[in-house]
Structure formats: C-alpha cells, structure tokens
Design a protein around this ligand. Structure first.
Ligand code: NDP
Ligand code: MG
Length: 381
C-alpha cells in the first residue's frame, strides 16, 4: 500500500485527487488530508478514506472539525504549524493542491521526504522554482507537474530532454478570447470566473480569463524543463484538446491529447511510473470537430509579455510577479479595480526597483512577496 497525503483536498484539484484515490481503496493508505474553510467536506473525505489526520488551515475551526470527526479515531489539527507538521509526515506520494503563495513552504517541506511530489501549486515553481528544484534534488524527491500543460510536456518529452527544440504551451483563451478591449475593461468577477472548458477553482479561473494563468505556466515551463525563454511558445487552442506540444531537434512534434479533465494529469502523477485505467471520456475523432490555433493577442492579454519580462529578469522576479498578481486579483475580486487594471498593476510592480538575491532562501522569498504586495496596493492607488 502506498502512503499518500493530499494538501488542499477540499479544492478543485483536491476533490479530483480524492475521487481517484477512493476508487482504489486497497492500493492507498491516506496519511494527511488538509483544507481551509470547508471542514465538513474535509471531515467527510477523512472518514471515507480513513485518513490518519485531517488539518484545517483555519485555527478557529478546530473545535468544529474535532466534533465532525468525533468517534472516528482520526486526528484533527488546525493552523499553519499543523499544516507544516502534516507536510513532514512520511508519505510515498504527496499532492500539493493548496492555492497561492501559501503552498510554497508546504512544497519545500514535502520535497524533503525523498518520495514523489505531485505539484499542482504552480505558485511554488513561479516564486521559488530554483529553491524547490534544489530541495528535490538534494533529497531525491521526484517532482511530477500536475498542471495539465506541464504534465503533457513531461509525457511528450519522455527521456529525450536533450533533444527538445521548442515547447508549445496551448491556451484555451478563456471566456474573453473574442471580447473587445472595452468589454474586458468592464468585465466583472462573475464573467471572468466562467471558464468555457475547464472546471477549476475561482482564482485560477480568473487568471485564465486574463491569461495570467498562461503567464504563470510560461514561468513554470522555464523552471521545470531547462529551456531558454525563446524556446517557449504560447498558442491559443480554444478546444483544449491538445494539452501542449514539444518540438524536437529533428522537427518532429509530439502532442498530448485528451478531454479537458484534470483527472488525467492527476491520475498520471498518481500512477507514475505506471499507467492505470482512469475514468475519463475517450476521444472520438470522428465527432471531435475542428482543432484550431491562433497567436495570442498580446494587447488584450498583456500578461504574456509580462511573463516574458519576468523570465528575462530572473532572480526573484517570479515571486514579485506572483505576489503582484495575487494582490491585484484580490483587489479585482473586491471590485476595487477593473479587470485590465490587474495587468497594469503587475507591470508597475515589475518595473519598480527589484530585490537582488543570488541564493534564494524561503525567508527572502517571503520578504519579497510581502514587499511586492505592498507595492501592488500602492500601484492600485
Ligand atoms: P481551489 O481554490 O479550488 O482549492 C484550494 C485548496 O487550498 C482548498 O482545499 C482550500 O481549502 C485550500 N486553501 C486555501 N487557502 C489555503 C491556505 N492559506 N492554506 C492552506 N490551504 C488553503 O484551488 P484549485 O484546486 O483550483 O487550485 C489548486 C492549485 O492547483 C492552484 O495553485 C492552481 O493554480 C493549481 N491548478 C489548478 C487547476 C485546476 O483545474 N483547478 C489546474 C492546474 C493547476 P478550502 O476550500 O477548504 O478553504
Ligand atoms: Mg494549466
């Protein structure tokens, strides 16, 4: 039996992960499950999978969680310290599906286990990619990307990483693919969250509408696959059937196809290095219709150019980029700024004097993150 833990089990990626684990109760022993506000779902998952411990990030909810788990023999814990302790509990496979910068420290602790880290939390790679990679290498931890594009790229590359010429990241284009600039200026959180193809958490859905999600994924690609910025291309593919492509030095291009269902990359990471049956719709090419492609409109989606700038800047620019983007998203959700103001704020923060740190450590990244959030609030006026 493999020991598994799921961080962020109550979220969109987390629930899909739990569904796959629950289908094979004889294969997995669940160590820790963690969530935030949704403790009723957390307790339900922990009972169903007989987890050792359930942790909520919110200390105020500890008593309620204890009550929900009463008589089950499952440990209940709460707060940041309890989350970090849970990440240090030995497990063979750890899913990191917490959203946002809060995931970085958990990823770093999980990476010290020398097991398999299935990483959905893209912020870990954008903010602390070099540090996380070093930690994985030092402890012999295998990092498997769960973002669908990066799982696709990982699978396309196989063992031929030395022969990669280009990586082609596909983007759905989100709900505003065909909107005018004026419509995007007026866009509301309700319009931005409505993704045409993927069912995801609120924050990543809005990031998809602004293409900040694709921008994060460009940085993620740079960190994960040892390519130069000019080897990374973004192409809009509204059907979300090709999850990304890799071009090799002989001109051949490998593409990864499948229905837009996160259980595909989650299941790949769960079953790696094997493949097992997954409950996914099978593609029927006779009825699939057209697969179309076009270049992204960098004027309406400035996030793409901002990601290119961030990669060129290097150092801790990724942490600055992510913090400014997370703060701008909070302001947009609070209706204090418009949809396109998010990119303006990130641009202003990126173009302000940058911190210099050659050997990134967590404390420095946390300080850079906090500073960039303050600057983002100031930039919002
Ligand atoms: P959700 O918002 O749906 O879920 C986030 C999870 O993290 C929930 O379990 C939530 O708990 C928990 N959480 C929230 N804040 C904190 C915190 N401060 N500390 C600890 N736990 C916290 O997000 P998604 O599942 O959509 O995304 C998770 C990660 O995966 C993100 O980094 C995202 O970018 C990435 N990703 C997601 C994809 C998707 O399809 N959704 C695709 C590719 C990548 P609760 O809900 O109980 O409050
Ligand atoms: Mg993705």
């Amino acid at each position: 039996m493999r020991k598994v833990s799921v961080f962020g089990s109550t979220g969109s990626v987390g629930v899909n992960t739990i569904n796959l684990i629950a289908r094979r109760p004889d294969d997995f022993h669940v160590v820790a499950l963690t969530g935030g506000h949704n403790i009723s779902l957390l307790a339900q998952q922990a009972r169903a999978l007989r987890a050792e411990i359930a942790v909520t990030a919110n200390p105020d909810l500890l008593d309620d969680l204890r009550e929900l788990l009463a008589g089950s023999g499952i440990e209940a814990a709460a707060g940041r310290g309890a989350l970090l302790e849970a990440a240090a509990r030995p497990a063979d496979w750890i899913m990191l599906a917490v959203v946002g910068f809060a995931g970085l420290e958990l990823s770093l602790i999980a990476a010290q286990q020398g097991s398999t880290l299935a990483l959905a939390n893209k912020e870990s790679l954008v903010c602390g990619g070099a540090l996380l990679q070093q930690t994985c290498t030092r402890h012999g931890t295998r990092l498997l990307p769960v973002d669908s594009e990066h799982s696709a790229i990982y699978q396309c590359i196989g063992t031929q990483d030395k022969e990669v010429e280009r990586i082609i990241l596909t983007a759905s284009g989100g709900p505003f693919l065909n909107s005018t600039h004026a419509e995007m200026e007026r866009a509301t959180p309700e319009q931005a969250v409505a993704h045409p193809n993927w069912d995801m958490g609120q924050r990543i859905s809005i990031d998809s509408a602004s293409m900040f999600n694709k921008a994060m994924e460009m940085i993620e690609t740079f960190v994960l696959f040892d390519v130069t910025p000019s080897q990374i291309e973004v192409i809009v593919h509204p059907q979300s059937i090709i999850h990304s492509m890799v071009g090799f030095t002989d001109g051949a291009i490998m593409a990864h196809l499948g229905p837009p269902d996160m259980r595909a990359p989650i299941g790949f990471a769960l079953n790696w290095p094997d493949r097992h049956d997954l409950p996914l719709e099978r593609l029927d090419f006779g009825t699939l219709g057209d697969l179309t492609f076009r270049h992204p409109d960098k004027t309406r989606f400035p996030a793409i150019a901002l990601a290119e700038q961030t990669i060129e800047m290097g150092g801790l620019a990724g942490a600055v980029f992510n913090a400014a983007k997370e703060q701008a998203l909070d302001l947009f959700l609070a209706r204090k700024i418009g949809f396109l103001d998010m990119a303006r704020i990130v641009e202003t923060v990126l173009n302000s004097p940058q911190p210099t740190a050659d050997a990134p450590v967590l404390e420095t990244i946390i300080a850079v993150d906090a500073e960039a959030r303050t600057r983002a609030i100031a930039a919002a006026g």
